[in-house]
Design a binder for this molecule. Structure first.
Ligand code: AMP
Ligand code: MG
Length: 349
């Protein structure tokens, strides 16, 4: 298949191109498109054959459900079977935006889209190109991240091209995304609202709206025996091709530990890399040192993380070390993704 490329940015919405992309989706094709979190790989959410194609293009296990994207609150009642407590308040506070809510699904949502579950994950993105495309496609786009399964989520269109060129109908280039990590997922079908995947919308922010929000304990644990409640969180993910370990401790200790490892590896001729922040970048002696930005700017770090992981792949880096991050606020989402990328390997000094 030949993949068509178009550039449609938020400030220059090309309506003709959006209509063409909408038509591809309505006819059962696949389009990668920008959202405020990461690029999504879209198909018609109500068409089982589109969802099957998404799994195939991504090489994704079919028990890993897709998120349904909408662009109007009125479009939600038809795809859910019951209104869980709190959803309207959360929608009011965070939609359009990077929050996904899990609802009981109605009959019209095919099991192919929900990975066989009776629940459906729904998000109302704030990116203008995404909103226009959802509208043009008829209101419901199923979209996981637009990467081959297991690779870091794409934060730029060129990464969608790397993974999906020739496998899907169209890629819309809308520039670099704003957030860089996938949406926060909150389950509203359990007894207590529970965060299944941390993201830009933090537990503290959610608790300003719903008194109490649980966090699925599998999210940050390095005990892989606890199965996470979001099926997708159990897969090794975001994985760079080389070997990544996280090192946690005080700054001086971390720098000296990583440097001692690097010098041993260099003697063996292994290609090394470090993920760190501006404060420590000059202190490391790796083949490639990548700063994700200022340590105090966790939103900036979130935006750069997946790009950095992909660059290490392109550069053929064999062994990488990453500094660790705060673990609260957006830092919780950063650490969750890093831990998955590292296959849970963390060295605590
Ligand atoms: P991605 O689309 O790549 O951001 O992945 C979607 C994430 O949402 C995966 O981790 C899924 O397991 C999770 N998800 C989607 N639908 C549901 C659902 N009905 N219940 C729980 N988790 C879900
Ligand atoms: Mg994904």
């Amino acid at each position: 298949m030949r993949t068509e490329y178009v550039t449609i940015t938020e400030d220059r919405p090309d309506e003709k191109a959006i209509r063409r992309a909408g038509r591809i989706l309505k006819e059962g094709g696949l389009v990668a498109f920008p959202t405020e979190t990461v690029y999504g790989l879209g198909g018609d959410a109500l068409n089982p054959s589109s969802s099957r194609k998404i799994y195939e293009a991504k090489g994704r296990p079919s028990d890993n459900p897709l998120i349904v994207h909408v662009c109007r609150l009125e479009d939600i009642p038809p795809i859910i079977s019951r209104e869980p407590r709190g959803w309207r308040e959360l929608a009011e506070a965070f939609w359009p935006g990077p929050l996904t809510m899990i609802f009981p699904k109605s009959e019209i949502v095919p099991k192919e889209t929900t990975g066989g579950l009776d629940t459906v994950a729904i998000r109302f993105p704030s990116h203008k190109v995404a909103m226009a495309l959802i509208d043009a496609a008829g209101g419901y786009i199923a979209a996981p991240s637009a990467n081959r399964s297991g690779r870091p989520s794409p934060t730029m269109a060129k990464f969608c091209r790397e993974d999906l060129d020739g496998l899907i109908d169209m890629i819309i280039d809308g520039g670099q995304v704003g957030i860089g990590l996938e949406s926060t997922i909150i389950d509203l079908t359990s007894d207590e609202p529970t965060i299944l995947r941390p993201g830009y919308i933090t537990q503290e922010m959610l608790e300003k709206v719903l008194e109490h929000v649980e966090v699925d304990t599998a999210i940050l644990s390095d005990d892989s025996k606890t199965p996470p409640k979001a099926p997708g969180m159990k897969y090794r993910h975001y994985a760079p091709k080389g070997d990544l370990s996280i090192v946690e401790g005080d700054q001086e200790g971390v720098v000296s530990y990583i440097n001692s490892q690097l010098s041993a590896l260099r003697e063996k001729g292994v290609r090394t890399g470090v993920i760190c922040t501006d404060e420590t970048a000059p202190l490391y002696a790796a083949d490639t040192v990548k700063s994700a930005g200022k340590r105090s700017d966790e939103e900036g770090i979130a935006r750069e993380l997946f790009r950095i992981l992909r660059e290490f792949d392109d550069e053929g880096t064999e062994v990488m070390f990453s500094e660790s991050f705060s673990g609260s606020g957006v830092g919780m989402a950063i650490m969750n993704r890093l831990m998955k990328a590292a296959g849970q390997k963390i060295i605590r000094l």
